[in-house]
Design a protein around this ligand. Structure first.
Ligand SMILES: [Fe+2]
Length: 251
């Protein structure tokens, strides 16, 4: 009886072992993901949009210093969103269209709408700066609602890019080509804009993504520049995330 149970367990273990090994091989094969032009950057943009929206919502419209700070953040967000849109227009959409004509038309159309939204949000921001004190709270609420609409629409747009556009790029391009595209995008963004992008992006990533990104950046710049960049990011990272990053970079 015992022997039978034992051998049954052994057979069960043996049966399970083969698929488990196969699964492990499959997981290992997926452990190095294909280059993702969208996901990590979009995590940073989502955080920037959400934090800015919340800041506008709770802003004291009668506190000039606070209004100035929050509106500077709104303008910083619009600058980064524009930079992001322009590099997608210059690099990503042409790469898609070259291999699959028409494939970028949906998100290219969204970008035209986004450019109108940037202008409209800038105009709402200026209106808030110039409005009479008794109408300031109403102007702040208007900006908050308009920014919420922009954020919501942008979330849907980014989902399309991360799922549909990424699938198309993975189908039509090799990893080497996608890495070259990533490199072309990175070198097309000014150092000042890159610093803002990393400030929002790095704290928004999972530890493994953060380590992968910074490990790659370390290879691409002098050690002192990399250390300076790390120091500027540290205040934006939770203590445990900083510890995990330090461990990963030391490995
Ligand atoms: Fe986009």
């Amino acid at each position: 009886m015992d022997g039978s149970v034992t051998s049954t367990r052994l057979r069960a273990h043996h049966r399970a072992a083969a698929p488990a090994n196969a699964d492990a091989a499959a997981v290992k094969a997926q452990a190095v993901p294909r280059p993702d032009l969208y996901g990590p950057v979009h995590k940073g943009l989502r955080t920037f949009m959400c934090e800015t929206l919340v800041a506008v919502g709770r802003m004291d419209a009668d506190d000039p210093a606070e209004v100035a700070g929050v509106l500077a953040q709104v303008r910083g967000l619009l600058v980064l969103c524009r930079v992001h849109l322009e590099v997608e227009n210059r690099h990503v959409h042409p790469a898609m269209e070259a291999r699959s004509p028409g494939s970028a038309s949906e998100t290219a159309g969204d970008h035209v709408e986004h450019e109108r939204a940037f202008a409209s949000l800038e105009s709402d921001t200026q209106a808030l700066e110039r409005v009479a004190p008794e109408r300031r709270a109403a102007a702040a609420l208007h900006l908050y609602r308009q920014l919420a609409v922009f954020t919501g629409e942008n979330f849907l747009h980014m989902r399309t890019e991360e799922i549909d556009n990424a699938a198309l790029l993975w189908q039509t391009h090799t990893d080497d080509e996608l890495v070259a595209l990533q490199h072309a995008i990175m070198t097309d963004i000014s150092p000042a804009d890159t610093a803002v992008l990393l400030r929002w992006m790095v704290p928004s990533l999972a530890p493994i993504e953060r380590a992968r990104l910074l490990g790659g950046l370390r290879q691409s710049m002098p050690a002192t520049v990399f250390e300076g960049m790390l120091a500027s990011l540290k205040p934006h990272l939770a203590g445990r995330d900083w510890a995990k990053l330090s461990l990963a970079l030391a490995a």
